[in-house]
Design a protein around this ligand. Structure first.
Ligand SMILES: [Mn+2]
Length: 448
């Protein structure tokens, strides 16, 4: 794949001679770091460019962007591979730097693409930011310093658990990176008291969101609360691991909490890459993709703002968990409906459900349905507790179709996959939708 990138980078320089570049990128951490890598590389080449961050591509967005063709050269990063149908009739070349699944039958010579799926995936697998990074490095060896952004994207998309050759290369290229075995609680660089209390992944029963529980655990292990994970000696680490495992065991939670910590110099201080990736994701999800992007470019003002947004985000998650504990739940056979109404922000209800699904407060396979208001709409998020269970995409799809049959005038949009799905419905239809949900969840159980 690297050879292909080499050739493509030459072609790119030809095509973009005297033409501004338009970057369209995905809004998650991998997409934001992709855009940041390209932006830095183009700055160094003195090229004019603009950036647009989107949640997903649709016909409307693409058609509007394609109108710029001829005047600007368009790059899609961390997306685009699934949208080839929209590029059938393009007159000018476009670039796609992406790692999502692709139908190679739909490619043609106007689509200039980097995608590991077109090569040897076990060697070349990398994220969107990875494809952008190797492209940037082909433009100029000077861009090797952008590997730290590629690394953040890689952790954001969880590619570190199964390192390909190219992912390995990103690690090797990154200066000021320390990899250390440790407990997978982030940030490893800040006081444990905080890191534990705000630990949402893993969710530790009795600790997450529970300040008193944290102090109790630290007392029990004899660890000073201001120490960070990185400060601990081996004995302290093993005590801490035991204490956490005991708490998880009580509620049956999985206990694979040992793994690699990635500590990177960013903004000239040591940061936990997992934390950086979650921070970027949080800012972008809450509607501040511009700040997330500026943060990646190591803009000092953006750093302060991003930290504030992130702190607020963590507090929202914790208070979201408390809300869920408190509210009335609709319990059924193999499912729970958690209707938070206006007590949880719609943008985080899915994340709160994900946290609950890994907390194992619920039996393996239980369907968790979270609901939260957004003005006159309700955001509905479905997750499965544990690792296995019903196909949520099918469950919700069926519900929405049946619902629309009875109420054709009511909006009920839907999207997702096997393990996570969601939809948006009109708030006035709250009770009607819940009863449809109950029906299709019950029916599913009977079928099994
Ligand atoms: Mn990605």
């Amino acid at each position: 794949m690297l050879k292909h990138i080499e050739l493509l980078s030459k072609e790119f320089l030809e095509i973009t001679k005297n033409k501004p570049i338009r970057i369209i990128s995905h809004y998650d951490t991998d997409g934001i770091t992709s855009a940041a890598i390209l932006a830095k590389a183009f700055k160094r080449l003195d090229k004019k460019f603009s950036i647009r961050i989107v949640k997903s591509l649709d016909k409307e967005i693409i058609d509007k962007e394609l109108l710029k063709q001829g005047k600007e050269v368009i790059i899609f990063s961390d997306l685009g591979s699934g949208s080839l149908d929209y590029f059938k009739e393009i007159q000018h070349p476009i670039f796609i730097f992406d790692h999502h699944e692709i139908d190679r039958e739909k490619l043609h010579d106007k689509i200039k693409i980097i995608n590991p799926h077109l090569f040897n995936i076990s060697n070349d697998n990398c994220t969107g930011a990875g494809t952008c990074y190797f492209f940037a490095k082909a433009l100029s060896p000077q861009n090797i310093d952008l590997s730290s952004l590629a690394l953040i994207g890689m952790i954001g998309d969880r590619h570190e658990t199964n390192l390909s050759k190219l992912s390995q290369q990103i690690l090797e290229d990154t200066k000021d990176l320390t990899i250390k075995k440790g407990i997978m609680i982030y940030p490893a660089t800040r006081p444990l008291r905080r890191a534990l209390e705000y630990s949402t992944s893993p969710y530790i029963p009795g600790i997450t969101g529970n300040g008193a529980g944290v102090l109790e655990l630290l007392r029990e292990t004899g660890i000073q609360s201001e120490k960070s994970l990185l400060d601990l000696n081996e004995q302290e680490i093993s005590k801490l691991v035991t204490a956490i495992i005991v708490r998880c065991a009580k509620s049956n939670a999985k206990t694979d909490i040992i793994g690699n910590l990635y500590i990177l110099k960013f903004f000239n201080r040591k940061e936990d890459v997992r934390e950086l990736s979650v921070l970027i994701n949080a800012c972008s999800r809450l509607g501040y993709s511009d700040i997330a992007l500026a943060f990646c470019m190591e803009n000092e003002k953006a750093r302060i703002r991003a930290q504030d947004i992130y702190t607020e985000y963590k507090q929202e998650l914790i208070s979201g968990l408390r809300v869920i504990e408190r509210i009335d739940k609709i319990q059924g056979n193999g499912f729970v409906i958690l209707n938070a109404k206006d007590e949880i922000k719609d943008v985080i209800v899915g994340t709160v459900c994900s946290m609950l699904s890994s907390s194992m407060n619920y039996d393996e396979g239980t369907v968790l349905i979270g609901m939260a208001y957004n003005k006159d709409k309700i955001k509905v998020s479905a997750r499965i507790a544990g690792h296995d269970g019903r196909n949520l995409k099918e469950v919700l799809e069926k519900t929405v179709i049946a619902f629309k049959q009875k109420y054709p005038e009511s909006v009920a949009e839907f999207g997702g996959h096997h393990f996570a799905a969601g939809c948006v419905v009109d708030k006035v239809m709250e009770q009607e939708f819940i009863s449809f949900l109950k029906t299709s969840l019950e029916v599913e159980v009977v079928k099994m």
